[in-house]
Design a protein around this ligand. Structure first.
Ligand code: FES
Ligand code: FES
Length: 157
């Protein structure tokens, strides 16, 4: 079936089988490999994208459900050479090890800070509870969220 989706501001089309996920379409048909396929069961958050502005696990959304709708992926966060403040913060805090969870976490943190620029730690933990990381122990991820939160509020620390 023919699916047309507005991805990161441009209409893209692909012929997919009816059971294909949005994640499969993004990665295998559209060449957007930022969203990762780690569990394909909605457990890890590594495939997080926005669908019409709402954070979703792309592995749990059928490509057909996204037809005619707007998808934003981690690839849209950086502006050319300029990383998004959340991406900068992850680098600065050393919150990346294997990196497999990172795109999903970056998207989830960007989503959180867009809605709540100054979340307390409980709110951060709650917001990121659907994003699993096997490497970092999460402490540096929390550091990155603190740095990013300061940056989006205009505090350079
Ligand atoms: S790959 Fe979608 S939640 Fe894990
Ligand atoms: S850095 Fe490896 S899973 Fe998070």
């Amino acid at each position: 079936m023919r699916i047309e989706v507005n991805v990161n501001g441009a209409w893209r089309a692909a012929d997919v089988w009816p059971g294909a996920s949005l994640l499969f379409m993004l990665r295998e048909h559209l060449g957007l490999a930022g969203a990762k396929n780690a569990c394909e069961q909605g457990e890890c958050g590594s495939c997080s994208v926005w669908l019409d502005g709402t954070l979703v696990c792309a592995c749990l959304v059928l490509a057909a459900q996204a037809h005619g709708r707007e998808v934003r992926t981690v690839e849209a966060l950086a502006a050319g050479e300029h990383l998004h403040p959340v991406q900068e913060a992850f680098l600065e805090a050393g919150a990346v090890q294997c990196g497999f969870c990172t795109p999903g976490l970056v998207v989830a943190v960007a989503d959180l800070l867009a809605q709540h620029p100054s979340p307390d730690e409980a709110a951060v933990r709650e917001a990121l509870s659907g994003n699993l990381c096997r490497c970092t122990g999460y402490a540096k991820i929390l550091d990155a969220v603190r740095i990013a939160s300061n940056r989006v509020r205009g505090d350079p620390r």
